[in-house]
Design a protein around this ligand. Structure first.
Ligand code: ATP
Length: 318
């Protein structure tokens, strides 16, 4: 039974073990109707496994989940009735043309002929496949196969679309087009569950993001709030020629939250790295110190995931 009508997907303590490996470990979250929900995590975090469980490909080892209020295990058919999936690897029928692939998908969903032709023509056109609609899918590039996967998923007019790393390894043009179409469909009311390890993609597209690392959710929030948490992980690195190092002065520069050093390299954590770099230059001038190295750095994706995982350990999610 769905607890909140605003939620189209509800997941409670969902787990999946492969032998000794727990790929998804007691994961809980909810996706609201009409939202573009991002599921962000590094390689091997458990994203695909979660999608596979939610879409009925894999049997969970524990926990529950509902889609449109239907339990994914006891009401598997109903829970899958209005969803479509674009898996990580395009799995189109290579000996069929885009047109045949799309028609086949629509027929499997018993879509009336007139409607399926109308939808297919519109989608092929908007995804730049109209000219290629009768050539074998085998001859399409990876980008065009992925566009075809999206057409085949959308032709059935799903209410929820699961996209597993839809732009991974694609040419820029295909990636951009896929993002745009997904956003447009979302504005028309489609709920989207997007897995990605591309932080920028997630930030730009999603209204909310869940960060998953090592099979566990470490943060769920809006991109804006997650981003501002991440800002505290930016730093400026500096190395001076000669001694003594002005450690105390650096520590007390405006905006510097903490400092650490490895050998003669000093790292200053700050939310405003550009400003801090300028302050360091002023300090060096006033103390006639020569700067050997100065650069601003953003945290790596790995550092961001670890940061949220560590935060989560300190302050368990409510
Ligand atoms: P990626 O971004 O690389 O696709 P992911 O976040 O989607 O990663 P999953 O594919 O869900 O990660 O994998 C999570 C963990 O479960 C990994 O350690 C993976 O090797 C393991 N795993 C996934 N599927 C299986 C399987 N069928 N049998 C055994 N282990 C598996």
């Amino acid at each position: 039974m769905v607890k909140d009508q605003a939620n189209i997907i509800e997941v409670e303590g969902l787990s999946k073990a492969f032998g000794k490996l727990t790929a998804v470990n007691h994961v809980s979250f909810a996706v609201r109707r009409g939202e573009l929900f991002g599921f962000l995590g590094p390689n091997g975090a458990g994203k695909t496994t979660t999608v596979r469980m939610l879409t009925g490909v894999l049997e969970p080892s524990g926990g529950t989940a509902t889609i449109q209020g239907h339990d994914i295990r006891s009401e598997s058919l109903l829970s899958r009735a209005h969803l479509a999936v674009v898996p990580e690897e395009a799995n189109v029928y290579l000996d069929l043309s885009p047109w045949q692939n799309i028609m086949l998908m629509a027929e499997l969903h018993s879509m009336p002929r007139k409607q399926r032709i109308h939808n297919a023509l519109e989608l092929l056109d908007s995804l730049g496949l109209a000219d290629r609609k009768h050539q074998k899918a085998r001859t399409l590039s990876k980008g065009f196969r992925q566009r075809l996967m999206l057409c085949a998923a959308l032709v059935t007019e799903p209410e929820i679309l699961f996209l597993d790393e839809p732009t991974s390894g694609l040419d820029v043009q295909s990636a951009r087009l896929i993002r745009r179409i997904v956003q447009e469909m979302n504005l028309k009311g489609l709920t989207v569950f997007l897995t990605t390890h591309n932080m920028e993609e997630a930030e730009k597209m999603c209204s909310r993001l869940a960060i998953i690392n090592n099979g566990q959710i470490s943060a769920i929030d809006t991109p804006r709030r997650l981003h501002s948490a991440m800002r505290s992980q930016q730093f400026v690195e500096v190395r001076f020629l000669g001694e003594p190092l002005p450690t105390l002065e650096l520590q007390s520069l405006p905006g510097v939250s903490s400092l650490d050093s490895t050998g003669s390299t000093i790292r200053l954590y700050t939310e405003t790295p550009g400003r801090t770099a300028a302050e360091i230059a002023c300090l060096a001038k006033s103390k006639t110190l020569e700067i050997e190295h100065l650069c601003t750095r953003k945290p790596s994706l790995e550092a961001v995931f670890l940061y949220f995982t560590d935060q989560n350990k300190k302050e368990p999610a409510q």
